[in-house]
Ligand binder design. Structure first.
Ligand code: BES
Ligand code: MN
Ligand code: ZN
Length: 501
């Protein structure tokens, strides 16, 4: 049995009549009617047939994420059954199971305990889908404090076919750490910008790292000034809440382990600065630190699982505000390392803070470097809101994009066309921070960042503008707000580097 950070419990059982309020089953979509996937022991064939007949009678089809709730047949240990569609039997993969489990969990408001049989298809995906689907962010709901909070899903029992063994437990332990990382990222992303500003963000990370073996260093504004971090300082200077640069370091005990540097954009709120954004939808800019949260929790996660790879996460944090002290369009700032930039648009602030951190990260001489950022609206224009853009060193880029798709966080490799580099030529500085035209906006941002990566490092840039934050409608295991993307990808990349170098 595993206890998650929020106190909820995930346990294993070999009997689907394990007592719970609700029994969750997956159903396949078939022309001859719904077919229950993997029932498991503890219930006889008659009960199974009865359940199939009931589902069929109320019109369940099994199409992906369809929810059908019926009274439970008497021999189960539950009061009702939630049947969730898995789609066609032969096209079901881990991500479909994760999404369907998530849809089932989202449909269960007021239910505290469930037993689920879908785990026989994929234990990790079922655990992750249920826990992520049950996530809700209610820190700032006033009813919490007076004890009127709705009961939430806090006890999950997963049915496993074979006798419980160490390999089930290790799969579940990994999922529990992953769930913790993803929900922690979601929580930080959803935390309102008046509660989460650079100093507080850094403090929360230091707090979480206590006892983890991860060493966290925080550079404050005077350290940043002394160090010459002109990009972070320029973006942060319009806010009364000063910027920070957080470095979290997990050193593997394994001799000769490779080193992965991670850099995440940590803009705790992006008004655009003097190049101010339109008012409509600006509240979503509380999510502009999703990259920073993802890389920091990936580092903590790698430590918790003792993955044999050194992980160093950098998170430049600033609040991009307009004010009398804000940087102006036309200002020239000096990035860490000496490159001068003409800040043509103060709303292209992400690349300014990232460039400082990327240049610093390269001083560690990592084997690999991945930066993650809600960087451009152009990402969503190009790929939609659920597919991240992946750019950088060709081989590593393709590897990361493939891994992302494998773990169900869709991503697509994008080019960095050489001819677009010249649009960043400046007459007053070494480079300017935006192009005069909008074409290829995601790629131009990638080309900007490339300037700061040393040539010996395998580098990937992931633009998560759309995928990090759901403003559409809930789907799969995602509610509204932070999604946790791309934590699953980053973790899988760390593990892949551990295996294959
Ligand atoms: N944080 C934004 C990108 C963004 C936009 C994230 C919408 C989530 C939703 C970023 O700092 C930004 O403002 N990018 C500009 C770049 C432009 C000025 C070159 C953009 O995409 O408009
Ligand atoms: Mn911006
Ligand atoms: Zn931004």
């Amino acid at each position: 049995m595993l206890i998650l950070r929020d106190g909820s419990v995930i346990g294993l059982t070999d009997r689907m009549n394990h007592p719970a309020e609700v029994l969750i089953v997956g159903i396949y979509q078939d022309p001859s009617g719904p077919e229950i996937a993997a029932l498991g022991t503890g219930v006889d064939a008659r009960t199974a047939a009865e359940l199939t007949a009931v589902l069929s009678a109320v019109g369940a089809t099994g199409k992906p994420e369809e929810i059908t709730r019926v009274p439970a047949p008497s021999k189960t240990g539950s009061r009702s059954v939630v049947a969730v569609g898995l789609g066609e039997k032969f096209s079901v993969d881990g991500e479909q199971i994760r999404r369907s489990a998530g849809a089932a969990a989202r449909a269960l408001s007021g239910v505290e305990s469930v037993v689920c049989t879908m785990s026989q298809l994929d234990l990790a995906a079922t655990a992750e889908g249920l826990a992520l689907g049950a996530f809700s962010f209610d820190t700032h709901k006033s009813h919490r404090s007076v004890g009127q909070c709705n009961d939430r899903l806090s006890t999950i029992h997963l049915v496993v076919r074979t006798p419980l063994c160490e390999s089930h437990l290790s799969v579940l332990r990994r999922s529990a750490v992953l769930i913790d990382a993803m929900t922690s990222v979601r929580e930080l992303v959803n935390t309102p910008p008046n509660f989460l500003y650079p100093e507080e963000f850094a403090r929360r990370i230091q707090h979480r790292a206590q006892g983890s073996g991860v060493v966290v260093d925080v550079l404050d504004e005077s350290d940043l000034r002394r160090g010459g971090f002109g990009g972070i300082l320029g973006v942060g200077q319009g806010s009364i809440r000063p910027p920070r640069l957080v470095r979290a370091h997990y050193a593997s005990a394994v001799p000769g382990a490779l080193t992965l540097a991670l850099v995440g954009k940590g803009i705790t709120f992006d008004t655009g600065g003097i190049s101010i954004k339109a008012a409509a939808g600006m509240e979503h800019m509380t999510s502009d630190m999703a990259g920073a949260a993802a890389v920091l929790f990936t580092c903590l996660f790698a430590a918790e699982l003792a993955v044999p790879v050194n992980v160093i996460a950098y998170a430049p944090m600033a609040e991009n505000m307009p004010s009398g002290s804000a940087q102006r369009p036309g200002d020239v700032v000096t990035q860490y390392g000496g490159t001068t930039v003409e800040v043509v648009d103060t709303d292209a602030e992400g690349r300014l803070v990232l460039a400082d951190a990327i240049a610093l990260a390269c001083e560690d001489e990592p084997d690999y470097l991945i930066d993650v950022a809600t960087l451009t609206g152009a990402q969503t224009v190009a790929l939609g809101s659920r597919t991240s853009g992946v750019m950088g060193s060709a081989e590593f880029r393709d590897r990361v994009a493939t891994i992302a798709c494998d773990v169900g966080e869709n991503a697509w490799a994008m080019p960095l066309p050489e001819e677009l580099r010249q649009v960043l030529a400046s007459t007053v500085a070494d480079i300017k921070n935006i192009a005069p035209q909008r074409e290829g906006g995601m790629l131009v941002a990638g080309l900007y960042l490339r300037e700061f990566v040393s040539s010996t490092v395998q580098w990937v840039h992931i633009d998560i503008d759309g995928p990090a934050y759901n403003i559409g409608k809930p789907w799969g295991y995602n509610g509204l707000g932070g999604t946790g993307v791309p934590v699953r990808t980053l973790l899988a990349v760390v593990e892949d580097i551990a295996r294959h170098g």
